[in-house]
Design a protein around this ligand. Structure first.
Ligand code: HQG
Length: 179
């Protein structure tokens, strides 16, 4: 499967497992897992690909968006559907995390903190570069925010690691610094 097709299918899979499983008759369990064979049914019909191609997509994904275990598959982050997202793959969280956004959002963010908006969680990255890449989806001149994740954890706020991404229910303004 070519790189371009991988990206195309990966985008569809993100939509399917994060936002609209119902539209394709896919059931997610409480923790966001779909049955691999159900998802393969949809992918076979839509893209003519099988398990080998899906495994390649999952394994080559740079952000490790998907988790495939024991005949089940789920998106690690990014959900809007109501699934249990309070799990982490690693409890050691970096001291600083980053988020980048459109300048128009800044006033509201500094006032109310980072909120999940249409998703279940707020998403952060370990490096400024990755954050800016995310921010470019919203603006061609994104503002970079540094998050004091070390303090959040000390204060008992849950920060979670999912693939290359870090998440929280929300980030109060006290932990934010525009850089
Ligand atoms: C903003 C991609 C106003 C927030 C990325 C962001 C990520 C506020 C937007 C993942 C706000 C939501 C998620 C507040 C937050 N007032 N605006 N109080 N709080 N916002 O797309 O983090 O490639 O839901 O700054 O890499 O951009 O799809 O969040 O601009 O990991 O795997 O509200 O999606 O991953 O936008 O992106 P999004 P995001 P994938």
């Amino acid at each position: 499967i070519s790189g371009r097709d991988r990206v195309r299918v990966s985008k569809f899979l993100s939509g399917l497992l994060r936002h609209y499983p119902d539209r394709f008759g896919i059931a997610l369990d409480r923790r966001g897992y779909a049955k691999l064979e159900d998802v393969l049914g949809v992918l076979r019909k839509r893209y003519g690909i099988g398990e080998m191609e899906l495994r390649a997509i999952v394994e080559l994904d740079r952000k490790r968006r998907f988790e495939l275990v024991d005949g089940r598959i789920r998106a690690r982050y990014g959900h809007s559907v109501d699934v249990e997202v309070r799990w982490t793959e690693d409890k050691s969280i970096p001291e600083k995390l980053y988020h980048a956004t459109s300048p128009e959002n800044l006033g509201s963010i500094l006032k109310s903190g980072l909120l999940p908006m249409r998703r279940r969680e707020v998403h952060m990255t370990a490096t400024p570069e990755e954050a800016v890449e995310v921010g470019m989806r919203h603006s061609n001149a994104p503002v970079l925010i540094e998050i004091d994740a070390g303090e959040m954890v000390k204060d008992g706020i849950d920060v979670r690691k999912k693939g290359r991404v870090f998440t929280a229910d929300r980030v109060p303004p006290d932990y934010l610094r525009v850089v």
